[in-house]
Design a protein around this ligand. Structure first.
Ligand code: PLP
Length: 308
C-alpha cells in the first residue's frame, strides 16, 4: 500500500480540506511539489479556535494574517469577507464543534529560485480538526509543566511564518523531558515566549507580567484578548515587560495563552514548583474573564455576519 493510501485511510471519514477554491476530501488535497511554502517556508499561517461551532477571535486572526503577509510582501489571498465565508464553510462542511481551523497562505508554485518571484499566485489552504476538549480541560484543571530552553529562532518572531523548526525542536525536547511546553530564553536569561504559546507570570504582589510586543515574540491573539478582557474589568495590575527565568521560578503563579488552549496554568518550571503546585486563583480568574469576553465577541460577530 502506498503511503498516500495509508494517509487517506487514517483520515477520519468526511474530513474536508480547502485548497485554492476547492473543497476536497482531506486525504486527496495536495499542493504542487514546487510550492514555495514547501521549499522555503515562504508562507504564513493562522490557527483559530472553534468552540461550539463559533470561531474565536476571528478579527484578531485576520488582522494578524494581513500583518504577517504584509511583512513578507504578500497580499491577502482573498478579500477579508470572502475569507470569512470560506472559514465558516469549513466549519460547516467538517461539522466542527470544538476544534481548530488551520489556514496557510504560501507564495505559490514557482521554479525554485530564492528571490520573491515578480508575479505569483498564492496558494490558500485550510484544514479543520476537532480537539479533545476533555484533555484541554484536564490541563486547565491540573496545570502543566514547562522547561526553559534557549531561544534559537530568527529575528522576526512577530511574523507568523511556517518555518517552525526551532519551535518544534524545543517542543519535542520539552516532551522528552516530561514537560508539556518549553519557554524560550534569550541571551540575557529573559523568557521570550513558549514554542506555541505566550508566557505570563503573576508576581508575589499579584501583578500580571507578560513580555512586551517586539520582533522577538508573536503577538498572540489570545494574549491580546486577555489584555482586553482585563481592561474591560478595570484591572490594571499588568506589566508588559521582560521577566527572567529566576523571576518566573519565584512567581506566585504562571500561565500560558494560545488559541488552541486558551489560558492554561503552569505549575512547574524546570522541575521547580510554582506557587503551591496547583492552578492559582488569578490564573483561574483570567481564564474565566477571557472565555466570557471571547465567547461574547464571537457571538456578536456571528450575529453581524448573519444580518449582513
Ligand atoms: N507564540 C508562538 C510562537 C505561537 O506559535 C503562538 C501560537 O501559535 C502563540 C504565541 C500564541 O498565539 P495565539 O494566542 O494567537 O494562538
Amino acid at each position: 500500500m502506498s503511503s498516500r493510501a495509508i494517509h487517506a485511510r487514517a483520515t477520519p471519514a468526511g474530513r474536508i480540506a480547502y485548497v485554492d477554491g476547492r473543497y476536497l476530501p482531506h486525504g486527496a488535497a495536495s499542493v504542487h511539489i514546487e510550492d514555495r511554502g514547501l521549499q522555503f517556508a515562504d508562507s504564513i499561517y493562522e490557527v483559530c479556535a472553534v468552540l461550539e461551532g463559533q470561531m474565536m477571535d476571528e478579527e484578531g486572526h485576520l488582522d494578524r494574517l494581513a500583518r504577517s503577509l504584509g511583512a513578507i510582501e504578500m497580499h491577502m489571498p482573498l478579500a477579508r469577507g470572502a475569507l470569512k465565508i470560506v472559514m465558516r464553510e469549513m466549519i460547516r462542511r467538517n461539522r466542527l464543534k470544538d476544534g481548530l481551523l488551520y489556514l496557510q497562505v504560501t507564495r505559490g508554485a514557482h521554479r525554485r529560485d530564492h528571490p520573491f518571484p515578480k508575479s505569483y499566485r498564492s496558494t490558500l489552504i485550510m484544514t479543520a480538526r476537532s480537539v479533545n476538549m476533555a484533555a484541554v480541560e484536564k490541563r486547565r484543571a491540573e496545570g502543566i509543566a514547562v522547561v526553559t530552553l534557549p531561544d534559537i529562532r530568527w529575528g522576526r518572531c512577530d511574523i507568523k511564518v511556517t518555518g517552525l523548526l526551532p519551535n518544534i525542536m524545543a517542543k519535542s525536547q520539552a516532551r522528552k523531558l516530561g514537560a508539556f511546553e518549553a519557554w524560550l530564553v534569550d541571551r540575557d536569561r529573559f523568557i521570550t515566549e513558549g514554542t506555541s504559546t505566550n508566557a505570563w507570570i503573576v508576581t508575589g504582589e499579584g501583578v500580571l507580567v507578560t513580555r512586551k510586543l517586539s520582533q522577538n515574540i508573536l503577538a498572540g491573539v489570545t494574549r491580546l484578548g486577555v489584555l482586553a478582557a482585563l481592561a474591560r474589568e478595570g484591572f490594571n495590575a499588568i506589566e508588559e515587560r521582560a521577566f527572567s527565568v529566576e523571576e518566573a521560578y519565584a512567581a506566585r503563579e504562571a500561565f500560558m495563552t494560545s488559541a488552541s488552549g486558551g489560558v492554561i496554568p503552569v505549575v512547574s518550571i524546570d522541575g521547580r514548583t510554582i506557587g503551591n503546585g496547583s492552578p492559582g486563583a488569578s490564573t483561574q480568574r483570567v481564564h474565566a474573564l477571557y472565555s466570557e469576553f471571547a465567547r461574547a465577541a464571537a457571538g456578536a460577530s456571528r450575529r453581524t455576519a448573519a444580518s449582513s
